[in-house]
Design a protein around this ligand. Structure first.
Ligand code: MN
Ligand code: MN
Length: 293
């Protein structure tokens, strides 16, 4: 079943906003530019268009595949050779557009082509009845044909109102069976191509957090954090967005109590390079709508 017309319009409008912000955002990634300027500009553009952020802008360098963003005291600048992933989530009334692109400041054109073509080929085969495993197969083929590895422990995912990760999961490798796609399903496809091992693991760094439970808290700074993210409807937030001065003690306490979780940076092996491309799609009777095209 396709979503109602008004829901469909929210999804498509969120997608158009994400796409246009992303085009302007990528043009700001140039050698010597500070990371903080790019991250804050992109997040501000989304708000200026009357939309919300479904999660903090992810900006991940080189072997880092996902879940990095600017810290409150961010000092990094873009340098020659960097492979920079921008992953943006825009929502209107909770209906989410999730899209990512990679910018190459070095000599990694083929790596970028691998994840981009994988995404195009995956989108080409989407229609009711196709399995998520078959989509993974198309992704794996394109990436391996260019001599790289798909990242096997990162996947695309379904989207629901205010929810970034719902079934089906869309693998980046061939898989026997898997979910059968149905008309009206909304999901993100996100191939990652790597020069490294093809698997990510967690780094110590975490800048992105999410409230996962509601419980009473005593620590005043922790209460302030929860107050400041109340309007998130459970969607992730950045440490950078919290400005109470004691956010690190507060976050540690909230994590200990099982109220907040962290999203550590996910990385392939040191020195490797990872590219990512992502679109959000809605399955139609004979194909799909790419909301973030
Ligand atoms: Mn994404
Ligand atoms: Mn995604």
């Amino acid at each position: 079943m396709m979503p109602d017309d008004d829901v469909l319009a929210y999804y498509c409008d969120a997608g158009k906003i994400a796409s246009s912000v992303m085009k302007r955002g990528t043009s700001m990634i140039r050698e010597g530019n500070p990371v903080i300027n790019v991250v804050e500009s992109i997040e501000r553009m989304v708000e200026e268009k009357g939309a919300g952020l479904a999660f903090p802008l992810n900006l991940s360098f080189n072997e880092d595949a996902a879940h990095d963003t600017a810290s409150p005291d961010e000092q990094r600048i873009f340098s020659e050779g960097d492979v920079v992933k921008l992953d943006l989530g825009v929502h209107l009334e909770g209906y989410i557009a999730d899209t990512a692109v990679t910018v190459d400041l070095g000599n990694h054109g083929l790596l970028l082509e691998a994840s981009m073509t994988a995404l195009e080929k995956a989108i080409e085969i989407v229609r009711p009845g196709v399995t998520s495993g078959a989509i993974g197969g198309a992704i794996q083929r394109e990436i391996e044909a260019r001599g790289f590895r798909p990242i096997t422990n990162l996947t695309g995912h379904g989207l629901a109102r205010y929810s970034i990760h719902t079934p089906p999961s869309i693998p980046n490798i061939s898989f026997p069976g898997g979910a059968r796609l149905e008309e009206g399903m909304v999901f993100a496809i996100e191939p990652f191509a790597s020069t490294g091992s093809g698997r990510v693991s967690e780094k110590n760094r975490a800048e992105i957090f999410q409230q996962t439970a509601v419980k009473p808290v005593r620590l005043p700074s922790a209460r302030k954090v929860l107050d400041s993210v109340r309007n998130r409807h459970g969607m992730p937030f950045a440490r950078r967005w919290i400005t109470n001065g004691k956010q690190d003690i507060a976050l540690a306490s909230l994590i200990n109590q099982g109220i907040v979780r962290s999203y550590p940076v996910l990385s392939d092996v040191p020195g490797s390079r990872v590219s990512q491309h992502e679109h959000t799609i809605i399955v139609t009777s004979d194909g799909c709508i790419v909301t973030t095209a």
